[in-house]
Design a protein around this ligand. Structure first.
Ligand code: NAG
Ligand code: NAG
Ligand code: NAG
Length: 275
């Protein structure tokens, strides 16, 4: 009797939590395959509004938060268990990127670049001097945007080279698509550059784009203060997917669910069937 009462309370609790979960849908579009999502809060905490990354092997989200001395300390959230840990040894993880093939996560900031092996739990600081890192990308090799110049470089075999395609541009964030075309955002808008070319094509200069990420098929997503968009790489047009306020960072979990952060929390959008 006692057990079933407890169960009933639990069910009620569960039902009422669900009621408060905000369901949001694709913005009205011509498409018939409209999608709806439930917002699931993964963590409620103040954190760095910059880069998030998921290690797909362990489904662990890496983010960073202000330790109070102006440096960002990396945190790891195991998405399935919600277990939160703090990674020691990394000074200033402003930028974060995951190397999905090698199970490694890179952290960058005012003390250079660190590489963390998620299985062995080993941490190594890369042998490069006086680098302040703003943004990291891993695709076959490691790429980074330096601060304060906002110029883009690659790193391999202890050698740093300017990334030719972006050599002339000031870049806030960039990603590669599946064909190694580059998409980037800066204070002037969203731009695309074809692989091995150096001409940037302006795709959209409004609204102000704040962050970008790719999903598991290298589809490009961008966000503004009010919306999340997906880029149609065939026609080079962005389409709004959902209305969410204050989005600052984007990434995807191992099942390709979109995760975004605002200044207070990290949220996952879970698809639901439309009733
Ligand atoms: C790094 O060095 C190794 C061995 O010399 C070479 O095989 C590899 O291609 C180099 N990688 C890059 C990205 O230059
Ligand atoms: C952004 O990049 C474009 C294309 O390279 C460039 O023309 C523009 O000046 C840059 N904007 C800023 C604010 O750096
Ligand atoms: C991307 O994720 C979706 C959803 O989990 C999955 O069906 C698809 O196979 C994945 N694609 C790749 C290339 O991993």
């Amino acid at each position: 009797m006692a057990t079933s009462k407890k169960l009933a309370t639990l069910v009620l609790l569960f039902a009422s939590t669900l009621e408060y979960d905000l369901e949001i849908c694709d913005l009205p579009s011509e498409e018939s395959n409209k999608r709806c999502f439930v917002k699931q809060t993964l963590a409620s905490l103040a954190h760095s509004p910059n880069q998030l990354a998921v290690d797909k092997l362990t489904n662990t989200l890496y983010f960073s938060f202000d330790a109070g001395n102006g440096e960002y300390i990396p945190g790891a959230l195991h998405i399935d268990t919600k277990r939160l840990t703090v990674l020691k040894g990394v000074k200033d993880a402003f930028a974060i990127a995951s190397d999905e093939f090698n199970g490694e996560v890179y952290f960058g900031g005012s003390h250079g670049i660190y590489r963390y092996n998620t299985m062995m739990k080993t941490l190594k600081r890369l042998d490069v001097d006086s680098l302040d890192i703003w943004w990291l990308v891993v695709k076959k090799r490691l790429y980074f945007i330096r601060f304060p110049s906002l110029k883009t470089y690659s790193y391999a075999n202890r050698t740093i080279k300017a990334l030719n395609e972006l050599r002339h541009f000031t870049v806030h964030q960039f990603v590669f698509d599946v064909h190694d075309n580059i998409f980037f955002i800066n204070g002037s808008g969203l731009f695309g550059i074809k692989k091995a070319e150096t001409k940037a094509v302006l795709l959209r200069d409004y609204p102000r784009f704040l962050s970008m990420a790719i999903d598991n098929t290298s589809q490009v997503y961008v966000c503004s203060e009010e919306h999340i968009y997906v880029l149609n790489q065939m026609v080079l047009k962005v389409k709004k997917i959902v209305d969410v306020q204050g989005v600052l960072g984007l990434t995807f979990d191992k099942d390709n669910h979109l995760i975004y952060s605002n200044s207070q929390e990290i949220v996952r959008l879970m698809p639901v069937d439309i009733k």
